[in-house]
Design a protein around this ligand. Structure first.
Ligand code: GLC
Length: 560
């Protein structure tokens, strides 16, 4: 693979269409809404849009349960609207990457409807059907103890044919059987169809789970091996490269929660035999509890966050390619999680600091809608007004059924780390519903939209938006940001995240204060030199700081 690639030099903007911009007053965002905002994205400098799923779907998991891969969800518009979006984006030099959700389909997909209709239907083998396990007590239950990511068993009994089907996510998301060649070819046909239309690539949903190891699907009554990261996945991806991706100038990114630096070199190695890059998850688990995950948030240590991100930086240098992200539709808002949204000053300051910390690293940065405004978590006090199937299932299992967490305990988790935090409507301006819709929004707008919105930021040189725009420009201007090597400085410091990048005689110093307190300036000679004679590329305090001290949430980037 050529070391220089357009997808290494660009910045991706993720759109969750349901919450981005409603052009009809239905209360739900749509494709024409996205087209309407292309100039905004061009102004920001985004080179690629990753569009969360826009296909026909019953929306049990907001489009991540697809019932027809070749048509557009009616609420979002028509295929003609999509074609117009694609050509209008291309006219502005913005590429479009589609979300490919092919680990599972919706249970309303015609494939599954056929598959469940009888044991000898030709599509029976397109999904994973098993008999129940008969225990020593003579009772029959789930085939094994595999658990769903969305709580409870990963197997659901289907009355009609008396067997269980596998669903790693919600029961309305049955897993496809990738071991079946017809399934693989059907998926590859769909991919080729979209690529032939002119889209620029795919973000592949839970792609590391498509291969099911034997023990995960065996009728054993026992614990089962995880499906995430089973080595067999690499064979499927190589086949996908041969049958679909090879010879096309596109971008691919796989969502791979199982990825380690080592396996990422296979998924997204510089040999280019599988994907261009993966989303790894290690840093997103930093504040999760071992037993209860996100439902019991824990404090995290900066030194640990630095260790994780730095290991990925150095581990993939010249061996693969990173994707860089804090936010997406599955994560809470970064400024509320790693920064401070309790005062306006700190919100703006820490949103910029987090942006600089990420965008100066090696990899392709992803911005999730609203992140460029410093949008925050939403106030959550009860389940009312929430929408996320993951939250509802966890509540049912952990609080109601197993009584492992109290209501208050899980509400703390939902508030801090629940996915709905990221799914509130985009805050465009100060008019009703933040300018997202003229109707009743499908999900409540965050009440802070009067302060935090795009209209007030676009023309303000001090805004979070302007800061993101500058970061994106810097990436285009300075190859050291894209191609430089990486070294973490002060690994043990619990306030400062400092690193150095080097490329062709240029050195970049990135300094970030991850705390609301002052910190001593790093006692590193190279840094002192940069401070004295380097060029300050970007910073989040205007006035020159007191020498020798780093201010709350401060960031500075020097070039020497
Ligand atoms: C991925 C998506 C998430 C979805 C899940 C099941 O993790 O990002 O939103 O719920 O897959 O498709």
């Amino acid at each position: 693979m050529n070391p220089k690639e357009w997808w290494k030099e660009t910045v991706v903007y993720q759109i969750y269409p349901r919450s981005f911009k409603d052009s009809t007053g239905s209360g739900v965002g749509d494709l024409n809404g996205v087209t309407e905002k292309l100039d905004y994205l061009a102004e920001l400098g985004a080179g690629v849009i990753w569009l969360s799923p826009v296909y026909e779907s019953p929306n049990v998991d907001n489009g991540y349960d697809i019932s027809d891969y070749l048509s557009i969800m009616k609420e979002f518009g028509t295929m003609a609207d999509f074609d117009r979006l694609l050509s209008e984006a291309h006219r502005r030099n913005i590429k479009i990457v589609m979300d490919l959700v092919v680990n599972h389909t919706s249970d309303r997909h015609p494939w599954f409807i056929e598959s469940r209709s009888s044991r000898d239907n030709p599509k029976r083998g397109w999904y994973i059907w098993r008999d129940g396990y008969k225990g020593p007590d003579g009772k029959t239950g789930v085939p094994n103890k595999l658990e769903s990511v969305f709580s409870g068993p990963a197997w659901k009994y289907d009355e009609k044919t008396g067997q269980y089907y596998l669903h790693l996510f919600a029961s309305a998301q049955p897993d496809l059987n990738w071991a079946n060649l017809d399934v693989r070819n059907a998926v590859f046909d769909i991919m080729n169809w979209w690529l032939d239309k002119g889209i620029d690539g795919f973000r592949m949903d839970v792609i590391d789970a498509i291969h099911k190891p034997e023990s995960a699907v065996a009728v054993s009554g026992k614990d089962a091996e995880t499906c995430f990261g089973s080595p067999g996945v690499h064979g499927y991806l190589k086949e996908m490269r041969r049958k679909v991706l090879a010879g096309r100038d596109i971008m691919t990114v796989g969502e791979c929660s199982s990825a380690t630096v080592k396996t990422a070199r296979l998924f997204a190695g510089s040999g280019g035999s599988e994907l261009n890059m993966v989303f790894q998850f290690e840093h997103t688990w930093i504040d999760h509890d071992k037993q209860f995950g996100k439902w019991r948030p824990l404090p995290y240590k900066l030194s640990r966050l630095k260790e994780i991100l730095s290991r990925w930086q150095t581990g993939l240098y010249k061996k693969g390619w990173n994707s860089l992200y804090w936010d997406n539709h599955d994560q809470p808002r970064a400024v509320s999680r790693f920064g401070d949204d309790s005062t306006e000053e700190n919100r703006v300051r820490s949103a910029k600091m987090l942006a600089a910390c990420l965008h100066m690293m090696q990899g392709t940065p992803y911005i999730y809608q609203g992140e460029e405004l410093g949008m925050t978590n939403m106030p959550i006090n009860s389940l009312d007004g929430l929408n996320d199937v993951e939250i509802f299932n966890a509540y049912r299992e952990l609080v109601e059924e197993k009584k492992l967490l109290t209501r208050d305990e899980i509400m703390t988790g939902i508030k801090k780390l629940g996915r709905d935090n990221a799914r509130t409507p985009m805050q465009w301006n100060t008019s009703a519903n933040a300018g997202f819709t003229t109707g009743k929004p499908w999900m409540k707008v965050n009440p802070n939209y009067k302060t935090i919105n795009a209209a007030s930021q676009i023309h303000d040189p001090e805004s979070v938006f302007s800061f993101y725009r500058r970061l994106i420009r810097l990436r285009r201007e300075y190859p050291v940001i894209v191609y430089g090597d990486y070294k973490l400085l002060l690994p043990g410091d619990e306030k400062l995240f400092v690193y150095r990048r080097r490329h062709e005689g240029k050195t970049l110093f990135v300094l970030c204060n991850f705390s609301g307190e002052k910190a001593a300036a790093p006692a590193i000679p190279e840094f002192k030199k940069a401070e004295k004679s380097g060029k300050l590329l970007i910073a989040n305090y205007n006035e020159d700081g007191p020498r020798g001290g780093i201010r709350p949430w401060e960031t500075r980037v020097y070039l020497t």
